[in-house]
Ligand binder design. Structure first.
Ligand code: ADP
Length: 230
């Protein structure tokens, strides 16, 4: 694998029973690149994201991260990889309702062995950055959808992951709030030098990315040239 690509799918094929989801998907994402995966519903976008993130293992083909095969690793190693190197944002924030916003943000640090006081302190630095001043002590039920999704962004980024995987991160928000969340995600990722892979069906969201690709019938079509894929 070329070192400039941080995550890569090569000829990924995956079926759920008799339903083919990926039929030979190729995608290479450069370090620091923000890539939007577009395409019709059911075309295989989420399945491709889950394969790249080591959540699913393809039936055939290869997944690489940082020069290593991921698809040949066992579940324990892939789970460690996800915890230590990746951040995740899903359509519905999936915050832990019993925890405060700052505890939710601190979770990846706590799981990584950071002591509680240090983790909370680091988590708090994200609240002003994401326009969440004064909300650190709230629980998810006391946050608006946009606020909860910004907390989810902070949680995805707090441990400084190599790659952030976002599956329809604005899908549950109105367009103005979705745009704000997307702008924050892109700005923070650029500031941190994070690579971002976003599944979205919204052209406005995709327009914030460096590059858009389209998944159709389980295969990837390149739409616009990115920084390395010219
Ligand atoms: P998209 O994200 O583009 O909407 P998906 O990757 O979710 O598409 O799904 C691709 C295909 O795989 C669809 O036909 C979908 O119904 C099927 N599929 C996805 N996940 C599962 C699953 N867990 N079990 C069975 N079929 C699935």
């Amino acid at each position: 694998m070329t070192a400039e690509f941080v995550v890569e799918a090569r000829g990924a094929v995956l079926s759920f029973g008799a339903t083919p989801a990926l039929r030979g998907a190729d995608l290479a994402v450069a370090r620091g690149e923000i890539v939007a995966i577009m395409g019709p519903s059911g075309s295989g976008k989420s399945t491709l994201l889950h394969c790249l993130a080591g959540i699913l293992t393809p039936d055939s083909g290869e997944i690489h991260f940082d020069g290593r095969r991921v698809d040949t690793l066992g579940e324990t190693a892939r789970s460690a990889l996800r915890r230590e190197r990746f951040g995740f944002v899903f359509q519905f924030g999936q915050l832990v309702p019993e925890l405060t916003a700052e505890e939710n943000v601190a979770l990846p640090l706590l799981l990584g062995g950071t002591r509680r006081a240090a983790a909370i302190e680091q988590a708090r630095t994200w609240f002003p950055r994401l326009g969440l001043d004064g909300l650190a002590g709230r629980r998810s039920g006391e946050l608006s959808g946009g606020q909860a999704q910004r907390v989810a962004l902070a949680r995805a980024m707090v441990a400084r992951p190599d790659v952030i995987f976002a599956d329809e991160p604005t899908g549950s928000l109105d367009s103005v709030t979705g745009e704000q969340v997307m702008d924050l995600l892109v700005d923070a990722a650029r500031a941190e030098g994070s690579t971002v892979v976003i599944v979205t069906h919204e052209p406005r969201v995709a327009a914030c990315a460096d590059r858009e690709v389209v998944v159709r019938d389980g295969k990837v079509t390149q739409l616009s040239a990115g920084r390395v894929a010219s």
